[in-house]
Design a protein. Structure first.
Length: 392
């Protein structure tokens, strides 16, 4: 399947021989309800050809496909453990990625080590691809740190809670990359809800005007908490790119191979000075927006069940089995690895120490500040007062 062109279209007016408009009573052709998108693996696990994007995955081997499957399975297991831990009172909140594994693993594996990633707060699969220990993602949700990893170690920025603001951060960073003359690229993740934020529009404007090497990756899971996408836009989200002067592509977000190919294309053109691109990964949030949400209040069971049939992990497993690329030994070994990961996540989270309360005064100013020093001393005295009272 091929992507719909983002080129502007000028509607033609039908006229009669007398120059009058044709009758408006003629029935308009029915529009397909199925979105046009780039797809390389069908929901049934069948490989389909695509003249535009096949070349970007031409070197993918059976080992690579098994590795993508492993990434998705382990990411889903980690996510499930985090959800369970929140339900058990070990985390304050959790934003699940259930159903979005292909969008995240496919795009994450398309990045190079020197590329820089700006996530939101749901990109657990991308973090996995960037080499961030998954247990480090849980400290913020447990309330013991502000992220738990050094962004510059893995070129993976800290999670951003403010909706859409990371697209501006990514654009500014990409402009700096261009000025430095580097051939790396930047990728910014956001959701369909964030696409309505002014920060995203500003990022589109600046990146286009300055030809910044940034890829905007929108995971359209179709629900901005309880708000469906059609309440935010009358056209597919990827078409917004044309208004800013750069290309947009809609890809099957449950097809890890197609996401990998499209993201490679976008990152390569960014690295070679062709500027920004927008990728809309059309997928579905299988679970709640966060563990504080109840999706049964606004979504039908039939909708969820229809998307379960398009499960990204089941899709790739079907392909691997049909092609003879994986046997029961592979799946059994992966299941054991998944169990070990789940156990480690539970043990690490429950052993996380309480934070150093004085750390809130660190990194406020690069060279220190007298007012911060004064506040630190006052807070230390306040904390010490509790110890004094306990000793009496």
């Amino acid at each position: 399947m091929t992507v719909e062109s983002t080129a502007a279209r000028t509607p033609r007016r039908s006229t009669t021989s007398g120059g009058k408009r044709a009758s408006a009573k003629k029935a308009a052709p029915k529009k397909s309800t199925e979105p046009q998108l780039v797809q390389l693996l069908t929901p049934e696990g069948k490989r389909v050809k695509n003249a535009e994007y096949d070349s970007y995955v031409a070197d993918i081997t059976a080992d690579d496909m098994r590795a993508l499957y492993r990434d998705m399975v382990l990411t889903r297991r980690f996510d499930a453990e985090a959800t369970s831990l929140q339900r058990q009172g070990e985390l304050g909140l959790w934003a699940s990625l259930l159903g979005q594994e292909a969008a995240q693993i496919g795009s994450g594996r398309a990045t190079r080590e020197d590329d820089y990633v700006f996530p939101t707060y749901r990109e657990h699969g991308v973090a996995w691809c960037r080499g961030v220990d998954p247990t480090n993602l849980l400290g913020m949700f447990r309330g013991v740190n502000h992220g738990g990893w050094d962004p510059n170690t893995n070129n993976f920025h800290l999670y951003t809670i403010v909706i859409g603001s990371q697209t501006l951060h990514a654009t500014g960073y990409a402009m700096g990359v261009a000025k430095d003359g580097a051939d790396s690229a930047v990728i910014a993740y956001f959701g369909d809800g964030a696409s309505s934020q002014g920060d995203v529009a500003e990022a589109f404007t600046f990146s286009a005007v300055y030809n910044a090497p940034v890829v905007f990756f929108c995971q359209n899971n179709q629900w901005a908490i309880s708000e469906p996408t059609e309440k935010q836009t009358r056209v597919p989200l990827y078409q917004r790119a044309q208004g800013f002067g750069f290309p947009g592509v809609r890809v099957d977000g449950n097809d890890v191979l197609a996401v990998l190919a499209v993201t490679k294309w976008a990152l390569e053109r960014a690295r070679t000075g062709e500027g920004p691109a927008l990728i809309e990964a059309f997928t579905y949030r299988m679970g709640a927006h966060t563990t504080s949400d109840d999706p049964t209040k606004y979504r039908r069971d039939e909708e969820r069940e229809a998307w379960e049939a398009k499960d990204p992990i089941l899709r790739l497993r079907t392909y691997l089995e049909a092609e003879g690329h994986a046997d029961e030994g592979f799946f059994a070994e992966l299941e054991a690895e998944s169990e070990a990961l789940g156990k480690r996540v539970r043990e690490v989270v429950r052993a996380m120490p309480d934070p150093d309360l004085m750390s809130i005064f660190e990194n406020a100013y690069a060279d220190g500040h007298a007012l911060v020093d004064e506040e630190r001393a006052q807070f230390a005295a306040y904390q010490a007062s509790f110890a004094d009272e306990g000793g009496k």
